[in-house]
Design a binder for this molecule. Structure first.
Ligand code: NAD
Ligand code: UDP
Length: 318
């Protein structure tokens, strides 16, 4: 039994945001989904639009927002390198002005606010796995900086509003997450490899494929975000949320080929600038404070993800 709350989700039409909309409306809360539909789409929330407990507002978070709300999940920001590098100035604005506007809203209505931060805070890390007290190694002037530094500044703003204005804040550092509703052309590794394998196109491994990532299934991640929002006020975070099972990109490519039963070949392409060599969350804080750890293995999570892309591709080629 949950107390009914008014919950605002910025970026609610996106991959993670739309799953949050689903879960929180299913729990009986009144949800306001705020999105400018830059990378997200109304299709992701179309099944909720008839619900009296659900409202969609087309709005850009770089402008002030006036709503009445008890909690805010600040998810708005393009998340894949292709999308966030499309208009890098707007990406930084979305993180920084977006955070200022949403923190201002939280201050006015005394709402609790959660920031969707990222493992990119750690940059190309020298410490492995990455604990929350590691300050990171981020290039401030590279192609990824608009995203990384925007998110780092957003964390600063969250903690300054907390210290200065006593806001109730929660900062989640999200590691690579995958699942149904990922954008098919966002260039992220899981979506790229599955779409390539399904179409029989070459699987594009950047570099030699020895770089590592740890992949968390979306249902596990959303559960972690909600647990963090509902945790004691003293737990501000940052808290790492991700799956500590680590794979090389080559292993991921081979696994997807096997699960799709695809004859695609692996091809090797140039590694993008500042591509982190390794990434794996230390989730001991989430385990002890939130009693959270992911329960979906990569094999289990890839199956519904492949089925989703398969449906999507067959509906667009009909
Ligand atoms: P996504 O691109 O699918 O969703 C982002 C949403 O924000 C989209 O619906 C987009 O239209 C919206 N948006 C972008 N700019 C906006 C603006 N100025 N005003 C209003 N809406 C705006 O990405 P996602 O994977 O769902 O990521 C959601 C959040 O989680 C992002 O903040 C991202 O940085 C963070 N995150 C995601 C991952 C991951 O692996 N998916 C990892 C780390 C952090
Ligand atoms: N990657 C790859 N082929 C692709 C897309 C990505 O080898 O078609 C690599 C990319 O270079 C990186 C890893 O996969 O090392 C994860 O990339 P993604 O963009 O998904 O996430 P991020 O780098 O932000 O963790």
């Amino acid at each position: 039994m949950h107390l009914r709350k008014r919950i605002t989700i910025t970026g609610g039409c996106g991959f993670l945001g739309s799953h949050l909309c689903d879960k929180l409306t299913a729990q009986g809360h009144a949800v306001i989904c705020v999105d400018n539909c830059f990378t997200g789409t109304k299709r992701n929330i179309s099944h909720l639009l008839n619900s009296l407990d659900f409202e969609f507002l087309r709005h850009d978070v770089t402008f002030p927002l006036y709503v009445e709300t008890d909690e805010i999940y600040n998810m708005a920001c393009p998340a894949s390198p292709i999308h966030y590098q499309f208009d890098p100035v707007q990406t930084t604005k979305t993180s920084v002005h977006g955070a200022i506007n949403m923190l201002g809203l939280a201050k006015r209505v005394k709402a609790k606010i959660l920031q969707a931060s990222t493992s990119e805070i750690y940059g190309d890390p020298e410490i492995h796995p990455q604990p929350e007290n590691y300050w990171g190694r981020v290039n401030p002037i590279g192609l990824r900086s608009c995203y990384d530094e925007g998110k780092r500044c957003a964390e600063t703003l969250f903690f300054d509003y907390h210290r200065q204005n006593h806001l109730k804040i929660k900062v989640a550092r999200i590691f690579n997450t995958y699942g149904p509703r990922m954008h098919p052309n966002d260039g992220r590794v899981v979506s790229n490899f599955i779409v390539q394998a399904l179409k029989g196109n070459p699987i594009t491994i950047y570099g030699d494929g020895s770089q590592t990532r740890s992949f968390c299934y979306v249902d596990d991640l959303v559960d972690g975000l909600i647990r963090l929002m509902n945790s004691a006020d003293s737990l501000t975070g940052p808290v790492n949320l991700g799956n500590p099972q680590e794979f090389t990109i080559l292993e991921l490519g081979e696994k997807i080929l096997e699960l799709v039963n695809s004859k695609s070949k692996l091809v090797f392409k140039q590694l993008p600038q500042d591509d982190p060599k390794q990434r794996k969350p230390d989730i001991s804080l989430a385990e002890s404070e939130l009693k959270w750890k992911p329960s979906t293995t990569l094999d289990e999570g890839l199956k519904p993800t492949i089925a989703y892309f398969d449906d999507l591709l067959s509906s667009t080629t009909k």
